[in-house]
Design a protein around this ligand. Structure first.
Ligand code: ADP
Ligand code: MG
Length: 711
C-alpha cells in the first residue's frame, strides 16, 4: 500500500492542520515534500575566510554580548574563532536566545554573511551551543517549504521518520526505468532529503541531478496518466448537444454597446464548439480582471437556451451574483429572457417560488450564489452550469453543481467521496461500462491569472481558454506604495478625488486570525473616515452585513450616490463600477499578490486615469516587500502570477481557500520538455501493459488531488 494517513495520534491537531496547509494529508506525502534548498552544516568555515554573500557555518566563542537600543532594540554578539571575528545580530529575540548566547559560550552559527555597520555580520543566524567535539552533520541539511507555525525541526523529524518507516517501492517496472535511464525512486527520495556532503549543490539547486530527474519524471508521468484517464472517462459521459443557432447570441452581440475583442471571440468560439458536442464540456475560462469574461458567459448561456436547455450562473459572493443578475437582466430583456434570482438571503417563500420556476423549466436562466445548487433546487433541463470566480468555491460546491444536471438515479448513485479517477479507467479496462446519464456542460471562470501551461497541468481534466487582451480604451492603473506614516496625504488625495466627482474604495486590512477583529477594524476605519470627511457620502460593506443591506450599499455606490466605499476584501472579486478611480488598500503588506492584483482591478475600468495606493506599515517582512514590489512594477496579471509562483510555489497560487497542492510542484514544463516527452511515451505502454503500476503511480502522486481532477 502506498498511502497511509498522517498518524493523528502522534501528531498534534495543530501540526496536522499546518501540514494540511502544505498539502500533506498522508504520511507518504511527507516523502514527496522535498527541500527547497540546503544548508551546509557538514563543515566549518574559518571566520577569516568568509566574505559577504556567502552562506556558511562558523564556530566560535561569544566574546561580547549586548542589547543596543538604537535604531532598534537589537541583540548583538561578537563571535571569535581565533582567526577572525563576526557579529551576530537579532532584531527580535527571546530571553532564551539571549541566555543561550552568553559570553564565553561556544556557538555554531549558520547563515548568510553580510557587511554590516560593525563589520562582517550574520542577521538572525541559526545558532546552537556546542562543545569542541560536537560532531558535524553527515549530510546537507534540508530546508523545506513550510508555513507559519511549523518549524523546520518538526518537519525534518516527521520526514525522517517517514523515510525510515514507509515502503519506498518503485511504482514503475524495471524495464521502463532502464529504457528511460531513470534512477530508482527510493534512492532518489533518500538522496534529496539527505544529500551527502560531497554532492554538487548546483545540480540539486538546478534540479538537474538524476534524483531530481526521477522525481520530475514521476510527477509528469502522473499528470499525463491522469489526463489520459480523464479524457477517456469524459468521452464516455454524455451531455446535451447545444449546437449554436445564432439567434439569441447574434441578437445580443448586435445589441451590445461594444464589439467583442478578438480574444473574446476566440474563447467564445472554443466554448461554442464544445457545447455542441454530446460530451460534457469542462472548460476553464481564464482572463485577467476586467478582460470581459461576463459577456462570454452570457453568450454561452444563450447558446444553451436557444437549444432548449436551461443555464445557471453561480458567483461566490452575493454582491457579485447580484451584479451579474442586474447586468444579464438588462442584456437579456430585449431577448425576452428574464433570469431568476436565487440566493441564501431570500425569504423562504421567495426561495421556494424561485426553485419552482427552475424546476418547472419556466425559468431559462438562474443566477445566484451557491444556494442555486443546494438540495431543494432541482433543474428541469440544465444544459450549462457557469461558475464565476471558481477558485473561490470549494471542491464540494463545484461537485454539487455538476451533479445538479444529472438524472435522479445517478444522483443517488453518486458517491459522497468522489472516486479516484484511476478507478474509473481501470473499471473501463475491465469492461464495465459507466452509468450513462446526461450531465450539464460546465464553464468555469477565473481571474486568477495563472500561466496557461500551469493551468492545464493543474486542472488536469479541464480544457483551458484564455482571454489575453483587455477591451480597448482602458488607461492602466498607476500604483503607489505609501508608508502608513503618510496617511494624511492619502486622506487628502481621497478627498480631492471624490470632490472632483470620482469615486474611491478604501479596503480594510485582512485579519486572518479573527473575524471579530476584522469587523472591528472595518467599523473603526469607517468611523474614522466619516469623521475625517464630513463632506463626503461614505458607505460601508463587509461580510457580516445582511445581504439586503449589502446590496443596497453596492447599488448606491454604483449609482454614484456614495462617493467613498469602505470595504473588506468582499469586494475583491468581480465588482464593476467604472467611475471608481481610486483604490486605497490599507495594510497592503498583509495581502497576497493575487489578492492585491484583484483588488486593484476594481479601478481602471473607465477612461479616466486611476490610482491604486498601497498603504503599508513598517517593518516589512522580506516576502511582503517582494510582493509589494511586484504589484508596484507590473499591471499584468499573468506576469504577477508568474512572480507569485516564484515567491510561494504554485500550491498556494490558486487561492488559499483551496487546500491541496498544484499538480506540478517539481517539474517545469518549459525547462523539462525532454522529461515531459518521455512521460508521454511511457503513458501508453504503462496503461496497456502495466495497469497495476499505473494505478500505484497515480495513487502515490495524486490521491489527495483527485478532488480537483473531478471538480
Ligand atoms: P471580468 O473579466 O473581470 O469579469 P467584466 O466581464 O466584468 O470583466 O468586464 C469588465 C468591463 O468591461 C465591463 O464593464 C464590461 O461591460 C466591459 N467590457 C467587456 N467586454 C468589452 C469589450 N469588448 N469592449 C468594451 N468593454 C467591454
Ligand atoms: Mg468577472
Amino acid at each position: 500500500m502506498y498511502r497511509q494517513a498522517v498518524q493523528p495520534t502522534r501528531i498534534s491537531p495543530v501540526t496536522l492542520s499546518k501540514l494540511a496547509k502544505l498539502g500533506i494529508h498522508h504520511r507518504t506525502d511527507l516523502l514527496l515534500h522535498l527541500p527547497l534548498r540546503y544548508e551546509d552544516e557538514t563543515h566549518l568555515a574559518p571566520i577569516a575566510t568568509v566574505q559577504p554573500g556567502m552562506n556558511v557555518q562558523v564556530q566560535g566563542v561569544i566574546a561580547h554580548r549586548e542589547v543596543v537600543f538604537r535604531p532598534r532594540r537589537t541583540l548583538v554578539c561578537r563571535l571569535q574563532d581565533g582567526g577572525g571575528e563576526l557579529y551576530l545580530r537579532f532584531l527580535n529575540f527571546y530571553p532564551s536566545q539571549q541566555k543561550q548566547l552568553a559570553e564565553g559560550r561556544q556557538i555554531r552559527a549558520v547563515g548568510e554573511v553580510r557587511m554590516g555597520y560593525y563589520g562582517l555580520e550574520m542577521v538572525h543566524p541559526k545558532c546552537r551551543a556546542v562543545d569542541d567535539d560536537t560532531p558535524l552533520r553527515q549530510s546537507l541539511t534540508p530546508v523545506y517549504p513550510t508555513t507559519a507555525g511549523l518549524s523546520q525541526a518538526v518537519l525534518r523529524k516527521l520526514i525522517a521518520n517517514a523515510l525510515d518507516t514507509l515502503p519506498l517501492d518503485d511504482t514503475l517496472p524495471d524495464a521502463l526505468l532502464r529504457r528511460m535511464k531513470l534512477a530508482a525512486f527510493a534512492d532518489s527520495v533518500r538522496l534529496l532529503h539527505n544529500p551527502p556532503p560531497d554532492i554538487s549543490v548546483a545540480s540539486l539547486e538546478q534540479r538537474s541531478h538524476a534524483a531530481w530527474r526521477r522525481i520530475k519524471f514521476d510527477e509528469l508521468l502522473a499528470q499525463q496518466l491522469s489526463m489520459r484517464v480523464h479524457h477517456r472517462e469524459r468521452s464516455k459521459r454524455t451531455a446535451p448537444k447545444l449546437a449554436p443557432q445564432h439567434r439569441l447570441t447574434a441578437q445580443l452581440m448586435k445589441d451590445l454597446p461594444f464589439a467583442l475583442t478578438n480574444a473574446q471571440q476566440k474563447v467564445y468560439a472554443e466554448i461554442s464548439r464544445d457545447l455542441a458536442q454530446p460530451h460534457p464540456m469542462q472548460r476553464l475560462l481564464l482572463g485577467d480582471v476586467g478582460s470581459g469574461k461576463t459577456v462570454v458567459a452570457a453568450l454561452a448561456a444563450l447558446q444553451a437556451i436557444e437549444s432548449g436547455y436551461q443555464a445557471a450562473l453561480m458567483a461566490p459572493t452575493e454582491i457579485l451574483a447580484e451584479q451579474h443578475f442586474l447586468k444579464l437582466r438588462d442584456w437579456f430583456a430585449p431577448l425576452g429572457i428574464a433570469p431568476v434570482w436565487l440566493s441564501g438571503s431570500l425569504k423562504k417563500k421567495e426561495k421556494q417560488a424561485a426553485a419552482e420556476r427552475i424546476a418547472s423549466g419556466e425559468t431559462l436562466l438562474a443566477i445566484g450564489t451557491h444556494a442555486l445548487f443546494q438540495e431543494q433546487v432541482s433543474f428541469h433541463r440544465l444544459g450549462l452550469a457557469i461558475v464565476d470566480e471558481q477558485h473561490k468555491f470549494g471542491v464540494q460546491q463545484r461537485l454539487a453543481l455538476r451533479n445538479k444536471g444529472k438524472s435522479s438515479q445517478s444522483v443517488r448513485g453518486e458517491p459522497v467521496e468522489p472516486q479516484l479517477p484511476q478507478d474509473d479507467a481501470l473499471r473501463q479496462a475491465q469492461g464495465e461500462r459507466p452509468i450513462n446519464v446526461h450531465e450539464p456542460h460546465q464553464l468555469m471562470m477565473s481571474a486568477t491569472p495563472i500561466p496557461r501551461t500551469l493551468a492545464m497541468s493543474y486542472y488536469a481534466d479541464l480544457d483551458v481558454s484564455v482571454i489575453d487582451e483587455l477591451p480597448p480604451g482602458r488607461t492602466p492603473v498607476v500604483t503607489k506604495l505609501v508608508s502608513d506614516t503618510r496617511r494624511d496625504e492619502v486622506f487628502a488625495r481621497v478627498r480631492t478625488s471624490c470632490l472632483e466627482g470620482r469615486q474611491a474604495y478604501w479596503v480594510c486590512p485582512l485579519i486572518d486570525e479573527s473575524e471579530a477583529l476584522q469587523l472591528q477594524t472595518v467599523l473603526e476605519t469607517f468611523q474614522l473616515l466619516t469623521q475625517t470627511f464630513p463632506e463626503l457620502r461614505i458607505g460601508l460593506v463587509h461580510g457580516k452585513l445582511d445581504n439586503a443591506e449589502k446590496a443596497r450599499v453596492m447599488a448606491a455606490f454604483k449609482a454614484g450616490e456614495l462617493q467613498l466605499l469602505v470595504a473588506t476584501t468582499v469586494i475583491e472579486v468581480g465588482v464593476d463600477v467604472p467611475n471608481a478611480s481610486l483604490m486605497v488598500i490599507d495594510h497592503a503588506e498583509r495581502m497576497g499578490l493575487a489578492q492585491l492584483h484583484q483588488l486593484r482591478g476594481r479601478v481602471g475600468r473607465g477612461a479616466v486615469q486611476s490610482l491604486c495606493i498601497l498603504l503599508y506599515q513598517q517593518p516589512l517582512s522580506e516576502l511582503a516587500r517582494a510582493r509589494l514590489k511586484v504589484v508596484f512594477e507590473s499591471n499584468d496579471g499573468f506576469a504577477i502570477a508568474q512572480q507569485d509562483m516564484r515567491l510561494r510555489g504554485p500550491g498556494e497560487l490558486l487561492g488559499a481557500r483551496q487546500s491541496g497542492v498544484a499538480m506540478l510542484r517539481f517539474a517545469d514544463i518549459s525547462a523539462d520538455e525532454d522529461l515531459l516527452n518521455q512521460a508521454r511515451q511511457a503513458v501508453d505502454d504503462l496503461l496497456r501493459d502495466f495497469p497495476e503500476a499505473a494505478r500505484g503511480h497515480l495513487q502515490r502522486w495524486m490521491a489527495n488531488r483527485h478532488d480537483y481532477l473531478h471538480a
